[in-house]
Structure formats: structure tokens, C-alpha cells
Design a protein around this ligand. Structure first.
Ligand code: ADP
Length: 269
């Protein structure tokens, strides 16, 4: 199978040539294949976020090496071309949710479509579908500050899906969540990976989430120090949610995974 992401000898050095010089990534080589759920795991400061943002195209300070996404050489993409490539291929989920505080939940979800110039009717349809399926329809007009962490992250994941990209990147997405909301978020990522064939690369320093990965890439001091495929990974929790046809989580939401998956299969496939 052809790699969806191919990284060769990638190094990123911040503040090169100054006393503050830091080698964040050192000679990274990594091939990621369609449909993988990769967790990049390692201690704080080991270079995980730098790697993720390099893949997203947002980190442009590559000192050396090559980075290919879907056969495109990221080094050759500039300006508008880069932005449009990113929007079409990569959805991002953040630890701090990165929701716009001054606009409501609905507008936060459809924001990427606004940037892409998608017509209003299509934006409204897509936003309505996602917000319903993520069970946050009743919060459509609410500003993010009034939501719980789990609700905000659900908005963040819905927004990452709105462009229907094949690749979802997640930067410590559970970092600000209580443990139940965090596991619910991990279940959503698993659904998107297993049922919707999204390629997921998720960065974390918390080992409790490793069972969800189909592959774990271990990092230390800017280097990859381990790369392990997991044959049996954690999907049972999702299956049990699906069987329950709607499970109350801590926030009192009924999270119907089965319907979510059906929706995603129809509208995002
Ligand atoms: P992780 O995500 O594993 O915590 P990072 O990729 O954020 O690691 O950071 C790797 C190293 O690069 C750290 O030493 C960090 O301090 C440094 N670093 C990260 N971003 C910058 C930046 N914009 N400027 C300078 N140094 C940075």
C-alpha cells in the first residue's frame, strides 16, 4: 500500500545559530499508511508537536529532509497553494480546542467552510448534520466559554471533520479533559478511524491512551526510538456504546455512536 505520509531525514532546529538553538526533530524517518491510527508518544519536549505541525504544513522551519503527503512534496507548496492543500487533506484537533470565543458553536464548526468559500446553503447543511450527530445541536447558538471541556472538544472534533479530509491530526486532544470525556473523545477518534477509514495521528504523553492505537511511535529527544504495531487494540468500548444505542456520559448527553457512524458513512465517505 502506498504511504499517505512519507517523512525522510526530517530535522527541525529552532533558533539555529543562536545561543537559544534547539534541535526539536533530528533525522526523523516515518511512513504512515492510509487507515492507520498512529499515536506519537513521548515525554514533554521530545518533539511530538513539532512533528505534528510539520505534517500539517504549519511548521515550515524544516532544516533538512523531505515531507510528502499524498504524493505531494510539502517543501514545494507555498502560500495559497499550501493553505488549500492543508484544507483539502488535513483536519486538526487541538488540546486547547482553539475555538473562536466570539462566535457560537455552530459557526465554529463551519468556520473552515467559510474560509474555503463554500456556499452558504452547503455550509448550513453540513454544519447542521455534524452538530446533530455530535449531539450538540442544542448548543448551536452558545458561545464556547459556556461549554464544558468535553463539549468544547466535541465541537473541535466536529470542526476537524467538516472539510472531510482523509487525515486527522490531533495534538494532545485529551489534555484538558476529565477522564470520562477524554475516553469518549478517544472513542470518537476510534470510530472515525475504524468506520470512516480516516488516517489519524494523535500526539500524547499519557500512556493510558496507547491501547487505542493501531501503531505507536515512541519519541525521545527529537528522535523516533520505537515503532510498534498493535494487532489487538481497544475498540471494545466503542462496540459496547454502539450496542447500547445511546449512552449517557457525564455531561448528560446521549451519545449515539451507531447513528454517528451511519451519518459519517453517508455524508463523509
Ligand atoms: P512536545 O510536543 O513533545 O512537548 P515540542 O515539539 O513542543 O515537544 O518541542 C520540542 C522542543 O522544541 C522543546 O525543547 C521546545 O522547547 C522546543 N520548541 C518548540 N517550539 C519552539 C519554538 N517555536 N521556538 C523555539 N523552540 C521551540
Amino acid at each position: 500500500m502506498e504511504q499517505i505520509i512519507s517523512i525522510k531525514n526530517l530535522s527541525v532546529v529552532y533558533d539555529k545559530g543562536t545561543p537559544a538553538e534547539v534541535t526539536a526533530l533530528s533525522d526523523i524517518a516515518l511512513d504512515i499508511f492510509p487507515g492507520e491510527f498512529v499515536i506519537v508518544f513521548g515525554p514533554s519536549g521530545c518533539g511530538k508537536s513539532t512533528l505534528l505541525y510539520a505534517i500539517s504544513g504549519a511548521e515550515r522551519r524544516m532544516t533538512s529532509g523531505e515531507l510528502w503527503i499524498k504524493g505531494k512534496d510539502l517543501r514545494k507548496l507555498e502560500g495559497e497553494e499550501m493553505i488549500s492543500f492543508h484544507r483539502q487533506n488535513v483536519g486538526m484537533v487541538f488540546q486547547a480546542y482553539n475555538l473562536i470565543p466570539t462566535v457560537n458553536v455552530f459557526d465554529n464548526i463551519i468556520l473552515p467552510l467559510v474560509f474555503r468559500g463554500v456556499p452558504k446553503k452547503e455550509r448550513l447543511e453540513k454544519g447542521k448534520d455534524l452538530i446533530e450527530k455530535f449531539k450538540i445541536g442544542h448548543l448551536a447558538k452558545t458561545r464556547p466559554a459556556l461549554l464544558s471541556g468535553g463539549q468544547q472538544q466535541r465541537v473541535g472534533i466536529a470542526r476537524a471533520l467538516v472539510n472531510d479530509t482523509d487525515i486527522i491530526l490531533a495534538d494532545e486532544p485529551t489534555g484538558n479533559l476529565d477522564s470520562q470525556s477524554a475516553f469518549t473523545a478517544m472513542d470518537l477518534f476510534t470510530d472515525l478511524n475504524v468506520d470512516n477509514k480516516k488516517t489519524i495521528i494523535l500526539v500524547t504523553h499519557e500512556s493510558q491512551y496507547l491501547p487505542y492505537a493501531s501503531r505507536i511511535v515512541y519519541m525521545k529527544d527529537g528522535k523516533i526510538v520505537g515503532d510498534v504495531k498493535q494487532q489487538s487494540r481497544k475498540v471494545s468500548h466503542v462496540a459496547s456504546l454502539a450496542n447500547n444505542n445511546g449512552v449517557e456520559n457525564k455531561e448528560g448527553f446521549s451519545l449515539n455512536i451507531e447513528r454517528l457512524v451511519n451519518y459519517l458513512e453517508i455524508s463523509l465517505a
